[in-house]
Design a protein around this ligand. Structure first.
Ligand SMILES: Nc1ncnc2c1ncn2[C@@H]1O[C@H](COP(=O)(O)OP(=O)(O)OP(=O)(O)O)[C@@H](O)[C@H]1O
Ligand code: SF4
Length: 276
């Protein structure tokens, strides 16, 4: 434990008050979009809130695109990597992703475990996060070597760690959540709660939520596993357009204003107040 307390990661993260890992048992359920929404909501929760978002989904980094900062570069300074600020000069929403380090957009990361582990360690120990109220970490789907690396490196800040689990309502996704939960229990990671994403469909005309497929599986699982159910988010076409649409790099921060007009934003506000 003494080693963890003295590690470069622990020292670097000494000025971060709370670290939230976003996990999902399965790919494509909306983990990255939930991470971005969580960061945006925490950022918007007070005019002084300082939030960082770290994209540890090394093989599928999507946070830069979703935040509208794709193509920007991170700089090395004498005290470490300077993250990209999604809100420009205001400097309250910082972001780090392997996506900023790739030579060309669309390049893939084909790394073995030790190299991935080294990258994760560097992200945690070398990025100049500064004072943060929250650091949101978007993790890869499932429970992999990357998750074990994260937990190992974050051992010295364990008391400030928590996790949010994202699922879709379908049985197959819920089955994978059980593996994810089992991981959190094994590594003693406190889970704040479960979000059911893509639960129903938000009508683009009136915002009414229609249950196209089954919904409620996440709520039921949360009840069974004695987890807090944080809420359901519908399939929202405005949200997709905002997160996946062709944003110009640098357009980034009109994002918050546009996000606040989506049907999902209000629902997410309630989720965010349960997470904080
Ligand atoms: N509530 C939602 N409504 C509509 N589209 C959504 C919603 N949540 C996520 N999406 C879209 O679904 C796609 C997958 O989402 P996202 O990348 O967040 O999933 P993920 O779980 O992080 O995937 P991966 O594990 O592959 O990284 C994206 O195009 C995203 O914009
Ligand atoms: S949800 Fe509302 S706007 Fe959409 S089709 Fe139904 S009534 Fe019309």
């Amino acid at each position: 434990m003494a080693a963890a307390q003295d590690s470069p990661v622990t020292k670097r993260l000494a000025t971060v008050k709370k670290i939230i890992l976003v996990l999902s048992g399965k790919g494509g359920v909306g983990k990255s979009s939930v991470s971005v929404q969580l960061a945006l909501n925490l950022y918007g929760s007070s005019p002084t809130a300082r939030v960082g978002i770290l994209d540890v989904d090394l093989t599928g980094p999507s946070i830069p695109r979703m935040l509208g900062v794709d193509g920007q570069a991170v700089h090395q300074s004498s005290s470490g990597w300077v993250p990209v600020y999604a809100d420009g000069a205001a400097g309250r929403l910082s972001c780090m992703s392997v996506g900023f380090l790739l030579k060309k957009k669309g390049d893939s990361v084909v790394w073995r475990g030790p190299k991935k582990n080294g990258m994760i360690r560097q992200f945690l120990s070398d990025v100049r996060w500064g004072d943060l109220d929250y650091l949101v970490i978007d993790t890869p789907p499932g429970t992999s070597d990357e998750h074990l690396s994260l937990m190992e490196h974050l051992a010295g800040v364990h008391s400030r760690l928590c996790a949010v689990i994202v699922t879709t309502p379908q049985a197959v996704a819920l089955m994978d959540v059980m593996k994810c939960l089992s991981f959190t229990r094994t590594v003693n990671l406190p889970v704040v709660g479960l979000i059911e994403n893509m639960s129903g469909y938000a009508c683009p005309c009136c915002g009414e939520i229609q249950n196209v497929f089954s919904t409620g599986g996440g709520r039921e699982m949360a009840r069974r596993e004695e987890l807090q159910f944080l809420g359901s988010l519908p399939v929202d076409t405005e949200l997709v357009e905002l997160l996946d649409g062709g944003k110009e790099s640098g357009e980034g921060f009109q994002l918050l204003e546009r996000y606040q007009k989506t049907p999902t934003a209000k629902l997410f506000g309630d989720i965010c107040s349960l997470v904080c």
